[in-house]
Ligand binder design. Structure first.
Ligand code: HEM
Length: 491
């Protein structure tokens, strides 16, 4: 779906580029949209209005481009989540994970730069925030801003972002996705969790024609849905926002969904976090969110390497995990997703406040508390659920499925009959977690700090694994096989 969205973006983007004018030069609007006639607007805004109202099919192309820009990062986030929760990032697919995350970040750059191009009020608001953030970086902030904007706000930002948007970011995204696709082809698809075999072996999927036809089909469906959305659902109606104006901000201004977490991170910082050191202003209200978001993505990229170090696992894995079987990882994933989700929700704090008539401060305080308390809590709950589900699996593996039918044994006791599990279920449930070595001393018999830390983390991982009590245990007898010896009479 991400690749299909990219194809739609490239196709519609090239069409848009025929009419769009990347210029901040001021002109007088004289197009078919009456309420704005006579307004002083930039040539960029004027040409986007022209695409929307004067070009045949222009609105369709523009809206389809925007919808594809919303779908592409969403498809990538889903893929990142699926890979994370199933351990699809383990060797030999670690490089693929890094490439996918980098591609996602590059799509954010492409989306953000595209959002700025129409030069409407929302573009201006987004750019004003970015200007403020960059200015907040000590020492180099002012220089960076004048380099980016080419002078005072808004400067020539549209001219500067245009090549980033139509050439640099899309080329990078395509290169990253192609490299990832090539690696995925070389390594083959991992087998679905619980099958015990890589998918190509189990389903007989060949690249041609099977996988290729599936990809063509999915591309056709995805692009059709995007064109349908472009044809029927208004997106970014710049004529209602009006042209950008450095002094104005529309109430309820929202970024596209994928930039929300950055906006939210800025909103959750306690007010007045600023000091002066060495003659420079250090605005922690900006530096802290930048650091938090930066560290978050470094951790996401580094996770496969950290996990393989903690679990001392350098083996290649070609079958995915069921999330419950690695509850610590699943817990980390849920905690990380919640952290992201809270930042994201914070971006809508003003809209939430006005829609539900709640105090803005109350929403921010609640989200600040949730950001600190929520992820550890989510980790603990998820880990416990994972362990509980593993225990249930082990019970089914040992005794079969409960049937709810109670029978009387020859000596007068009552037992519930169990239905035997199928061979497929047995493979799925009989997961034997690999033992994780505890901290080990080096050749000189010393336990280094690094190894001690690994040992502590390894114990956490190990604690989440529920071992099978009797790996080759008989299944519970069916009704005809019951005997008093197997099922002692309950008291
Ligand atoms: C990952 C790839 C891309 C993303 C995420 C993306 C995203 C966007 C977004 C969100 C807009 C604002 C649309 C609007 O007006 O509502 C936009 C505008 C634009 N994009 Fe892209 N785009 C991508 C690739 C491309 C490519 C490859 C081209 C051209 C070769 C292109 C050309 C344009 C042009 C000319 C505009 C300004 C016209 C307009 O705003 O309607 N884009 N893009």
């Amino acid at each position: 779906m991400a690749v299909a969205s990219m194809l739609v973006l490239a196709f519609t983007g090239i069409l848009l580029a025929f009419t769009y004018t990347p210029s901040s030069e001021m002109v007088t609007y004289d197009g078919p949209y009456a309420p704005l006639v006579g307004a002083e607007v930039s040539a960029a805004f004027d040409s986007t209005m022209d695409i929307s109202f004067a070009q045949i099919g222009g609105m369709l192309i523009r809206q389809t481009h925007h919808w594809a820009a919303l779908l592409m990062p969403a498809a990538m986030v889903l893929q990142i989540l699926a890979l994370f929760f199933t351990g699809g990032f383990r060797r030999p697919r670690r490089a693929g994970w890094v490439l996918l995350t980098l591609a996602f970040l590059t799509v954010l750059l492409a989306g953000w730069s595209g959002y700025a191009l129409p030069d409407d009020m929302l573009s201006g608001t987004g750019l004003r925030i970015v200007e403020g953030v960059v200015l907040g970086i000590p020492v180099i902030g002012t220089r960076l801003v004048s380099w980016m904007f080419g002078g005072r706000f808004p400067g020539e930002i549209v001219e500067h972002l245009y090549p980033v948007h139509v050439l640099i970011a899309p080329t990078l995204v395509v290169l990253l996705l192609l490299t990832r696709g090539w690696l995925a082809y070389r390594h083959g698809s991992p087998g679905p969790a619980g099958t015990g075999t890589p998918v190509q072996a189990s389903l007989g999927l060949r690249l041609w024609p099977d996988a290729a036809m599936r990809a063509v089909g999915l591309t056709a469906i995805t692009s059709s849905v995007l064109v349908l959305l472009g044809a029927t659902s208004t997106i970014n109606p710049i004529w209602t926002y009006g042209p950008t104006s450095a002094g104005n901000v529309g109430a309820g201004s929202q970024p596209d969904w994928y930039m929300g977490f950055l906006d939210g991170a800025l909103r959750l910082v306690p007010a007045g976090w600023e000091t002066e050191w060495f003659g420079w202003t250090w605005t922690f209200a900006i530096l802290a969110p930048l650091a938090v978001v930066g560290v978050y993505f470094v951790l996401v990229i580094a996770y496969p390497f950290v996990e393989s170090w903690v679990t001392n696992d350098s083996a290649e894995h070609h079958v995915l995990d069921r999330p419950r079987n690695v509850p610590v990882r699943t817990g980390i994933g849920v905690a990380g997703a919640l952290f992201y989700g809270i930042l994201w929700a914070a971006a809508g704090s003003d809209v939430l406040a006005t829609t539900f008539s709640i105090s803005f401060e109350a929403i921010i305080t609640t989200l600040q508390v949730a950001l600190v308390v929520g992820p550890p809590l989510a980790f603990g709950i998820t880990r416990r659920i994972g362990i509980g589900l593993q225990r249930r699996d082990r019970k089914v593996l040992l005794h079969g499925h409960e049937t709810g039918r109670i029978v009387r044994t020859p000596n007068g006791g009552y037992v519930e009959t169990h239905q035997p599990i199928t061979a497929g279920e047995r493979v799925r449930l009989a997961v034997t977690p690999a033992p994780i070595p505890p901290a080990r001393p080096d050749q000189d018999g010393r336990l280094t700090h690094r190894e001690r830390l690994r040992g502590v983390l390894a114990r956490q991982f190990e604690d989440g694994h529920v071992a099978i009590a009797r790996p080759d245990a008989e299944q519970a007898p069916t009704r005809g096989q019951l005997s008093a010896r197997d099922h002692p009479q309950p008291r």
